[in-house]
Write a protein that binds this ligand. Structure first.
Ligand code: AKG
Length: 253
């Protein structure tokens, strides 16, 4: 029988529906709206939506702490990583790209996997995934097909380990890793859902923002790393968690 964990290893993500409750979502949205106002964007006035995307660091505070410490997410992190391996953060973290209805190219919608540690102002990655045990996509608004959902290449996390392993522990700037044509032949899905859903993803999953945004309101998403105490050891002779299992599978394929 295929378990949810096996499915994650094969596909590279799991959608946790209703991970964040509606009241917490509302409080987070109010804080995101304040950030927009501070940047001259009025969340309810389309005349002020002059750019297709506005980005900022995810705010901190009790509402985001409640979102980031959702029991449903903790259970999934435990299942995918093991209870003692990941760092419990009193918040969400990462960046929030808010996407507005627009047919303009936002300029940031290329396929990529995320870097996880800073080397001289660039985001680097290594096969042990230093600094990132998981990528999470927190939907703070309802996201339908027309609302510029994030697009995910299913199973693409299995293609990345072989590309970055040759760079050893030092790693490589994530933007310098040339993805192979076979990765782009993988099926894609769009991270649609309701406000409060969270897509928990393998750190090497290839994804991109999409455009145009044909919806009616701002799309709000946070995309933090879930960090770990130690990078993955990737040793076959030790117990491995699901994220590591996928990296080892990718190295063998
Ligand atoms: O906004 C999105 O849908 C995803 C953006 C993204 O992948 C990124 O900024 O790294």
């Amino acid at each position: 029988m295929t378990t949810a964990v096996d499915d994650f290893v094969a596909k590279g993500f799991i959608a946790v529906r209703g991970a964040v409750g509606p009241q917490i979502v509302r409080e987070c949205v109010a804080l995101i709206e304040n950030e927009l106002r501070a940047r001259g964007v009025e969340p309810r006035d389309p005349l002020t939506w002059t750019k297709p995307v506005v980005r900022f660091a995810c705010p901190e505070g009790p509402a985001f702490a409640a979102a980031g410490t959702s029991p449903a997410l903790y259970e999934v992190y435990d299942q995918l990583l093991g209870p003692d391996r990941w760092i419990r953060r009193q918040g969400v973290g990462g960046q929030i790209p808010v996407r507005f209805p627009s047919t303009a190219d936002p300029g940031d919608a290329g396929w990529h996997f995320d870097g996880s540690y800073d080397v001289g102002g660039q985001w680097w990655v290594n096969v042990q995934s230093r600094g990132r045990a998981l990528l999470a996509l927190f939907l703070f608004t309802d996201v339908g097909e027309g609302d510029a959902p994030t697009e995910i290449l299913v199973g693409s996390h299995l293609d990345v380990p072989r590309l970055i392993a040759p760079f050893g522990e030092r790693g490589v700037f994530h933007g310098d890793v040339g993805l192979q044509p076979s990765t782009f032949r993988r099926p894609s899905v769009r991270a649609t859902g309701r406000a409060g859903d969270v897509y928990v993803c393998h750190p090497f999953l290839v994804h991109r923002a999409t455009w145009p945004h044909l919806g009616t309101g701002p799309r709000m998403l946070a995309q933090p790393a879930i960090d770990h105490h130690h990078p993955f050891a990737l040793r076959d002779d030790m117990p491995v968690c699901a994220v590591e299992r996928a990296i080892l599978q990718g190295l063998r394929q």
